[in-house]
Ligand binder design. Structure first.
Ligand code: C2O
Ligand code: CU
Length: 457
């Protein structure tokens, strides 16, 4: 596998320009000289980087020129429920030929992204995704500010996208592809200049692939996760793990010499390690001679502090899939064996219940009803044999414990990776009224029983 970088950031005007058009088109992952692939995209793969300043309003008409209904979800943005893009739960799907205008304020600064929430495994998997950057009032000074929208594709020999569906992906790790791309290109070359400081905004738009990046001796600083600032800390020898849906902002100081090359490797699936990017230093005088000091921390986003001592606590247990030991679960009021469930394409359960897909006029019951303003601590336990990145809409949460062990510095996120047989506890103030999707961001898992919603009233 291979991958590259090209894109910088589209100027702010694009956010309010002609809007987004979801359409069939073609894309070339390997450069123009090779066969193009039919994709679904917002004009390009990935879609344009939408960029606004914190507090600004976005008004984005979305036109659907796809052969099926769609919506757009603004992943990680805390906006009003009606703008959240979840079909049947927060809006009617946008039919083919129709336009729907999203309109909201970007209250939090950071790196976010957008993607459809209808038939997501196929629509995201065919190329519908893009980054949304909300600029801080005082960003960290850098020489270049780059988005790397990471994705993977399952391509057939003729370059076309392999068909979607099938129980195997759903019951295992989801649809892992065979070509990884950075901003839609499978070319590792990443031209850099010696001495430059880069802000690298990693967005994982893959259906299922978890990226675990090794930066070698570049030793970047992690400055934000899921858009929310963390105390700048060098990543050291650890992998920078970005699960589907997740984002990580790094400050990378390019400390090599002119003419040198280095490698950024993806080592998450050890047997399938590959080189994602090859930073290649230009033969030019360094931008600066000395290594810069630590970046200063970014200002926190405006969150309500959870009142953990008085929190209401709930547990959600995620079970099912292959090798998970789940024998039966409730589905539409009946208790069914895993085999019967698999026959209906449903293999994941939350608290013993397989959540049916939402339909017009029937979105099922909320998994939990919360009171506005109250703090909740949810313990999410993964009792299965696979990874699950769990995402909550409309809120950000603090991860306060892993495997029952309290974390010294809770981290604010919206998508948290829970490994097999592990648990996390998250705390947040239920401050955004509405019905908010809560699901696994392995899109094949979400479609097979791992997508429900919680209500704040
Ligand atoms: Cu990025 Cu409900 O999803
Ligand atoms: Cu999952």
């Amino acid at each position: 596998m291979a991958a590259t970088l090209w894109s910088g950031i589209t100027p702010a005007s694009s956010a309010r320009g002609p809007g987004l058009v979801a359409q069939r088109q073609s894309a070339s992952f390997f450069g123009s000289d090779e066969a193009a692939t039919d994709v679904w995209a917002y004009g390009s793969v990935p879609g344009p980087v939408l960029k606004v300043k914190q507090g600004e309003r976005l008004r984005i008409p979305v036109t659907n020129n796809l052969p099926q209904p769609t919506t757009v979800h603004w992943h990680g943005l805390r906006i009003r429920n009606a703008m959240d893009g979840v079909p049947f739960l927060t809006q009617a799907p946008i039919g083919p030929g129709e336009t729907y205008t999203y309109d909201f304020h970007a209250r939090d600064a950071g790196t976010f992204w957008y993607h459809p929430h209808v038939n997501s495994a196929e629509q995201v998997g065919r190329g519908l995704s893009g980054a949304l950057v909300v600029e801080e009032a005082e960003p960290i000074p850098v020489d270049r500010d780059l988005v790397w929208l990471l994705d993977d594709w399952r391509l057939r020999k003729d370059g076309s996208i392999a068909p979607f569906g099938g129980m195997h992906d759903a019951a295992h790790a989801g649809r892992l592809g065979n070509v990884a791309t950075i901003n839609g290109l499978a070319d590792e070359t990443f031209p850099v200049r010696s001495g430059e400081r880069i802000r690298l905004r990693l967005v994982n738009a893959a259906n299922a692939r978890i990226f675990g990046l090794a930066f070698g001796n570049l030793n970047p600083w992690r400055v934000a996760v899921d858009g929310h600032p963390v105390v700048p800390t060098p990543v050291g020898p650890d992998l920078v793990v970005v699960p589907p849906g997740g984002r990580t902002d790094l400050i990378v100081d390019m400390t090599g010499k002119p003419g040198e090359k280095t490698e950024i490797r993806d080592l998450y699936y050890q047997r399938f390690a590959y080189t994602l990017a090859i930073p290649s230093y230009a033969d030019e005088t360094p931008v600066r001679k000395d290594r810069l000091g630590p970046p200063r921390p970014l200002a926190a986003n405006p969150h309500h502090q959870p009142d953990i001592a008085n929190a209401e606590r709930h547990e959600m247990v995620f079970e099912g899939g292959a090798m998970g030991g789940l024998r039966e679960a409730k589905y539409k009021g009946q208790t069914l064996g895993l085999r019967e469930l698999a026959g209906m394409g449903m293999v994941w359960a939350v608290n013993g219940r397989v959540i049916p897909p939402m339909e017009e006029g029937n979105v099922g019951d909320p998994m939990l009803t919360m009171k506005q303003g109250r703090t909740y601590v949810l313990t999410w336990r993964n009792e299965s044999a696979f990874d699950h990145p769990i995402h909550l809409h409309g809120h950000s949460f603090s991860v306060i414990a892993r495997n029952s062990k309290a974390l010294e510095t809770p981290m604010v996120m919206d998508t948290v990776l829970i490994r097999p047989k592990q648990s996390v506890a998250v705390a947040f103030v239920a401050d955004n009224v509405g019905d908010w999707a809560l699901h696994c961001h392995v899109l094949e898992h979400a479609a097979a029983g791992m997508m429900g919603y919680v209500r704040v009233e």
